[in-house]
Design a protein around this ligand. Structure first.
Ligand SMILES: [Mn+2]
Length: 406
């Protein structure tokens, strides 16, 4: 069994979006986990009857003040879409900032998947830079972009980081367990394509907080177009934190399970959602002497974007309170990181001014990933017979990928 013990050397210690595979909903079955007094936390988990059951014991390890969750870095060596800055370095710097912030605030960082944009063939310099960022084993689940075939294979780049120990894979059978400001905490997770647990049984032990990381199409208001898994109460799990969705969404509370969608730390598409998105990480921590939660709004009231706050109070089933806090990751204004959309100056042109505007944009921008060309073709190939359109698409892919398209 893999268990994650920060700083305990005697123990072992995270688009392809269209390639959605079946991710089952988290059906609610079984009884809530019992909360009994116990002197130590379970040290391994065993899956029984589609539930995750905790067993054995472990010694609590290094104490941290809180947990910090990093959504979808999408590191890559190319400049994506209509980004006009040095994206590879900018996003590496965001990851560095997150890890440094965690370190200087005594928070344990976690990765919510999509560490990479491309699952394979990332240049070695990029892996080397990532390795240089990580000075403590970093717990992570993998996302859909991290794996080529919806499950981890040895040639996936993220596997190099798992094998080297820089990333520590979190899954049902490998959870992070530690003491956080005096509270006993378990952080587990389900990678892309793996089912969420239906319940989690503490098996006589008594964790103060159980968090589960996911990278799934969860049906949260604001993601109706892609959401497939309906949030439900999951007995034994207090908090679900989902990567995969690139914008921050409302917190959904189902009985005692809080569903968080913090959004990603990088902005990749030149969209309205991206324009409004403020890259942030999510921090969970219990109240301390100088931190009162009395005036902090309850997560169950986080229902409207217009009343958005960066601090919410979690009221757990065990009576404890925790603070969820969004920390803004330094970033430049949208207008500085994306090419400005070229506007047509001939809005009255018969046949659609968009054609002219898009043609101007195509010739003005030479995006590294061919985003301009593909966007242009997507908009205008519908005017051609399908065989012609298909051939144009094939040629475009050949040009962009530098190889013969299949
Ligand atoms: Mn993603």
């Amino acid at each position: 069994m893999n268990l994650l013990f920060p700083d305990t050397p005697d123990e072992e210690l995270e688009d392809k979006n269209s390639a959605v595979k079946d991710c089952d909903g988290a059906d609610t079955i079984g009884e809530p986990a019992e909360h009994q007094a116990a002197e130590a936390l379970p040290s391994e988990i065993v899956k029984t009857n589609a539930s995750v059951q905790l067993a054995k014991k472990l010694q609590p390890s290094k104490e941290v003040a809180g947990l910090l969750f990093i959504g979808d870095p999408h590191l890559e060596a190319r400049v994506p879409g209509f980004r006009c800055d040095n994206y590879p370095e900018v996003v590496l710097n965001k990851l560095r900032w997150c890890l440094n912030y965690a370190k200087s605030n005594n928070l344990q960082p976690f990765l919510l998947g999509d560490v990479f944009q491309l699952p394979q063939d990332n240049p070695n310099w990029l892996l080397a830079e990532i390795i240089d960022c990580i000075d403590e084993p970093l717990p992570a689940i993998y996302g859909n972009h991290d794996v080529r075939e919806n499950f981890l294979k040895s040639n996936d780049s993220i596997n190099v980081l798992f094998r080297s120990g820089h990333l520590k894979r979190i899954e049902e059978t490998s959870v992070w367990v530690a003491t956080v400001a005096g509270r006993r905490v378990i952080v587990g997770g389900s990678d892309w394509g793996n089912r969420l647990p239906k319940s989690l049984e503490a098996n006589g032990n008594n964790p103060d907080l159980v968090v589960w990381m996911t990278h799934h199409d969860i049906l949260i208001p604001g993601y109706e177009e892609g959401g497939r898994i309906r949030p439900k109460a999951i007995p034994g799990i207090d908090v679900i934190i989902n990567g995969h969705i690139h914008r921050r969404l409302t917190t959904v509370v189902k009985e005692n399970t809080h569903w968080f969608t913090p959004g990603n730390i990088s902005r990749r598409s030149r969209s309205d959602a991206s324009r409004e998105h403020r890259p942030s990480v999510l921090v969970l921590r219990p109240p301390v002497a100088n931190l009162s939660l009395a005036d902090v709004r309850s997560a169950s009231d986080d229902t409207a974007d217009e009343s958005r706050t960066d601090r919410l109070r979690l009221d757990l089933q065990n009576g404890q309170q925790w603070l969820a806090e969004w920390i803004t990751v330094p970033h430049k204004p949208f207008e500085e990181v994306f090419h400005q959309q070229v506007q047509g100056d001939d809005q009255t042109t018969p046949g659609g001014s968009g054609f002219i505007a898009d043609l101007k944009e195509l010739t003005a921008r030479r995006t590294e990933t061919g985003a301009g060309l593909m966007s242009y073709l997507q908009s205008h190939l519908q005017n051609y017979d399908e065989p012609v359109a298909a051939e144009v698409r094939r040629l475009a892919e050949e040009v962009i990928n530098g190889q013969t398209a299949k």
